[in-house]
Design a protein around this ligand. Sequence first.
Ligand code: SF4
Ligand code: MG
Length: 331
Amino acid sequence: NDDILTVSHLKKHFSVGKNQMLKAVNDVSFSLKRGETFGLVGESGCGKSTLGRTLIRLYQKTAGEVTFNGIDVFGATESEKNKLTRQIQMIFQDPYASLNPRATVMDSIAEGMDIQGLNKGKKRKERVHELLETVGLNAEHAQRYPHEFSGGQRQRIGIARALALEPELIIADEPISALDVSIQAQIVNLLKKLQKERGLTYLFIAHDLSMVKHISDRIAVMYLGEIVELTSSDSLYANPLHPYTQALLSAIPIPDPDLEDKRERIILRGELPSPIDPPSGCVFRTRCVHAMDVCATSKPELKEWRTGHLAACHLLDETKAQKEAAASKPD
Ligand code: SF4
Ligand code: MG
């Protein structure tokens, strides 16, 4: 089995106010293949960050199972928890907020090692210097403080910090969204290089499809706490099946003006509903141009329509039924 992480029917609900539940992550299942980059995409508030944070146990799950390298993440023993901490690390959107402003770069990067009792004494300094060079910074930067760095440099520090414990999986929560476009490519290239050298697996969280296009092997599209489509990056762009994915893709600018004219921009109706009171049936139905009666009464299942291409939409059942009916009709 090539899967490094398996997420099965994971739910993370938060209670808000009286008897109300915010269903941030609602019955999500997927797995990560060792060494791949898996993009997780959706508008802000769709639950993608909550999902990432639940996977590193910043939140306790509401229901479901998560297995990492054979370890039951939510039933882990103390020694398994230490192992999980070393093997799964996270990078955040705002590296400034995730670094202690009063700690030197040395102490920030070494924090995880210190907690785990690794690389003590002289080795601590050597290891931090080596990590700084790995991410394209200088060893002399170790004695400085986060405010002395640019956004891109801070994200490099965040990456060095994540690498310190030699993780196998890195959950990157919008690691480039806050950076200038020119810096974004540099960070993406650094992440790709590190992946190649170290066989890292990435869960790459982003709010728009253009950001994950060049880095992801596979992509899952999330809407209101649920995965609505999951497939390889290539088939998602070439042949999106879910109306939400189709709308997201139509919003990505194409550099070629001729193509731009020919493409139809799909405008989503209305606002993103609240995850406290999500629509019945299909969660996307209040914004879907194809919504039918059945969409209000029954939740579409995430089904495999082509090898490795999953989507949750009643329209696909309808189209399939029509095709089958047409095929079985005698001439
Ligand atoms: Fe649209 Fe219905 Fe498909 Fe939901 S199930 S995406 S509402 S057609
Ligand atoms: Mg977020």
